[in-house]
Ligand binder design. Structure first.
Ligand code: SF4
Length: 289
């Protein structure tokens, strides 16, 4: 049996940089993080042991003069206003890709106030909240084709995407809007899906196809993990989604023992050390049985 960890899985540069920033500051002083620094419970646990304290918006409103890290997903302008009001020092770990997207949306909103700005993404997701904030929350979130029912196709439309969505689904949405838009209205779309996510989708599909069984390691709260696991499952029916090595059940181990090529992969929020732990558990099971 051969067990291989996907070389393209693991933290993207945005998450890597946010975690490095946190680790560097924690060496000298306490640090709060607004929301989970990464959608991976195991990594949060590891950083909490080093002193990172995760807080929510209500808690931040109560603090004065502390250091608060804004994670890679970014924040709406109202969060920066709150920080300023409370004399909070912001450690801004917003990913440059997200920052650029926020600016693009804000510019369009300012230049085309009569248009409809659509964001293809998950309603309530932190990144989407940050993007909507660039438009005074006037942007409309579209999760799927059915949500287009509320759009006025007689008015101009600008479509953006949350960075971690599927390219395929985005393109489908573009086609739907192109079919519905009125001749007197214009439709502009921007594929703002992060390249590191888009490339990973293709690489992951190949990885899933080339293995007999896939163990996908990811946080259950991560939208990127759900999306990527969906792709694995589509390419390889023998795919399992686990949060950590403890979720590798005896039943899964039995299936593993009958396979030759086992692939371990994960999301942009899955740490390499966690995938390695899963690999070790499988190898040790093989040795002790
Ligand atoms: S997935 Fe892309 S946009 Fe999102 S944090 Fe990672 S590098 Fe940045």
């Amino acid at each position: 049996m051969r067990i291989e960890i996907d070389e393209h899985s693991g933290f993207c540069f945005g998450v890597t940089s946010a975690i490095s920033k946190a680790e560097e500051i924690l060496q000298s002083r306490p640090l709060y993080c607004l929301g989970d620094i990464v959608h991976n419970g195991e990594e949060i646990k590891r950083l909490a042991e080093r002193g990172l304290v995760t807080i929510n918006y209500d808690q931040m409103a109560e603090f004065q003069g502390v250091d608060v890290l804004f994670r890679a997903h970014g924040e709406p302008p109202s969060t920066y206003d709150l920080a300023k009001k409370n004399n909070i020092h912001v450690v801004d770990a917003t990913c440059p890709v997200v920052l650029h997207l926020q600016k693009q949306i804000k510019d369009i909103y300012v230049q085309h106030p009569q248009s409809q700005i659509l964001i293809f993404g998950k309603r309530g997701h932190a990144e989407v909240v940050g993007l909507q904030g660039q438009t005074n929350n006037n942007a409309i979130v579209i999760e799927q084709e059915e949500d287009l029912k509320i759009i006025d196709f007689e008015r101009d439309i600008f479509l953006f995407s949350q960075t971690t969505m599927s390219v395929e689904k985005f393109e489908h949405l573009v086609q739907c809007i192109e079919q519905k838009i009125a001749p007197n209205a214009t439709f502009h779309y921007f594929n703002t899906i992060c390249k590191s996510v888009a490339n990973r989708m293709q690489q992951l599909q190949n990885f899933a196809k080339n293995h007999d069984m896939i163990i996908f390691v990811g946080g259950k709260k991560s939208s990127n993990a759900k999306e990527l696991f969906g792709l694995c499952k589509k390419m390889n029916d023998c795919s399992f989604f686990i949060a950590n090595e403890e979720e590798i059940t005896d039943e899964m181990q039995q299936i593993i023992q009958q396979k030759e090529q086992i692939g371990i992969c994960g999301a942009t929020s899955t740490p390499l050390w966690l995938m390695e732990k899963c690999k070790n558990k499988i190898e040790n099971y093989g040795l002790s049985n």
